[in-house]
Design a binder for this molecule. Structure first.
Ligand code: FE2
Length: 353
């Protein structure tokens, strides 16, 4: 399978992965795209879809987590958010811990897989999808930093709930397209503290892990909010969640801007090491996140065009690729490993197709 951006879809292409909308299957895998389907995909704001064709035969994209877990975790998270928004203090607190345990277990069983962010973009419920993605990324970064199981569960829960304080912010401010006034920004800046207070009172999550919520907008150089903490005064969980939060926000289409390709998001995070983000967390991030996810079309410095077939942990810029075009001429596809093939050590990826 390969990834095709929404604006490059053509009638007759065959969908390789199901698309979900509000937790229901919108289009099943195997469906042939029609003009109507393509318009629907574009209208719903999907950045792109996976398609199956001859060129991409045999290229498999491993899911970070199963579709069923994604759906059940999203459902639980949604009920937590709506309960917080409804202000019902007497209702039974929905159980999230089982979902977080399942997340940690599934990610652990996939521990050699690099994060393939395209895998995470076929869902349209932004708040829940974003929170779940931030939890997945935070757990993966925790794994890369050698966290214990308890710490992985803790950061997973904190990251899943990192933006819960936003339910207390006026929707008109949250969804505003233009620049925020000073007062509006002041209101937004309260969401980490409000979220922390709400969760630490109602959920049995140790205080240290709740700091994920409190600190996720703090910046390493002290310019963040709500407290303007600096460096390691920011909890490690908060420093991890900050990277995951920004990365996922940039990778998704928002009403005011397009989604950024994975390689540009990685570059942004790397550029922020030491100022916006903890350099140690960024270092782990660059080893575990694929800037050129499997199924992406890439342009090589020697004028060739290829599809990414496999990524290697610690060598994220040197994947295995399937070359199918040389200097504008279609050729019989063949595979090369930019990491291992000595003939191609000087060849680099210069862009995405
Ligand atoms: Fe936030």
């Amino acid at each position: 399978m390969r990834f095709v951006a929404s604006n490059c879809l053509r009638e007759g292409m065959c969908l390789a992965r199901p698309l979900y909308r509000n937790l229901d299957v919108m289009l099943s895998s195997g469906v042939t795209l029609t003009r109507q389907f393509i318009e629907g995909i574009q209208r719903c704001g999907f950045t792109g879809v996976y398609i199956e064709d001859e060129l991409s035969e045999g290229i498999e994209v491993n899911s970070m987590i199963s579709d069923s877990l994604r759906r059940s975790a999203t459902k639980s998270l949604r009920s937590v958010l709506s309960m917080a928004a409804g202000g019902n203090d007497k209702a039974k607190v929905p159980d999230l811990s089982t979902q977080v345990e399942n997340l940690v277990d599934e990610l652990f069983s996939n521990r050699d897989v690099m994060v393939n962010m395209l895998d995470l973009s076929s869902y349209d419920d932004y708040t829940c999808t974003h929170s779940l993605n931030v939890a997945i990324l935070s757990i993966v970064l925790g794994m890369g930093m050698g966290f214990s199981r308890a710490d992985k569960l803790g950061i997973g829960a904190g990251a899943l709930l990192h933006d819960i304080g936003k339910v207390f912010v006026d929707k008109r401010i949250l969804n505003k397209n233009g620049a925020l006034t000073e007062d509006e920004f002041f209101t937004i800046k309260k969401h980490p503290m409000d979220g922390f207070n709400y969760i630490s009172k109602r959920y049995r999550i140790p205080r240290g892990y709740c700091n994920t919520i409190m600190d996720h907008h703090e910046k390493y150089d002290g310019t963040g909010y709500p407290c303007g903490k600096m460096g390691t005064d920011i909890s490690l969980y908060g420093r991890i969640c900050a990277v995951a939060d920004v990365y996922d926000a940039l990778s998704n289409k928002r009403p005011y801007r397009d989604a950024m390709p994975a390689c540009e998001c990685v570059e942004y995070i790397m550029g922020g090491a030491g100022t916006l983000f903890d350099p140690e967390v960024v270092e782990v991030f660059t080893r575990r996140i694929a800037p050129y996810p499997v199924g992406t079309t890439v342009l090589l410095s020697n004028g060739w065009k290829a599809l990414v077939v496999e990524n290697y942990i610690n060598f994220s810029l040197r994947p295995k690729v399937r070359v199918y075009e040389q200097n504008g001429e279609r050729v019989m596809p063949f595979e090369i490993s930019l990491k291992d093939d000595l003939h191609y050590l000087s060849v680099t990826i210069t862009g995405i197709g």
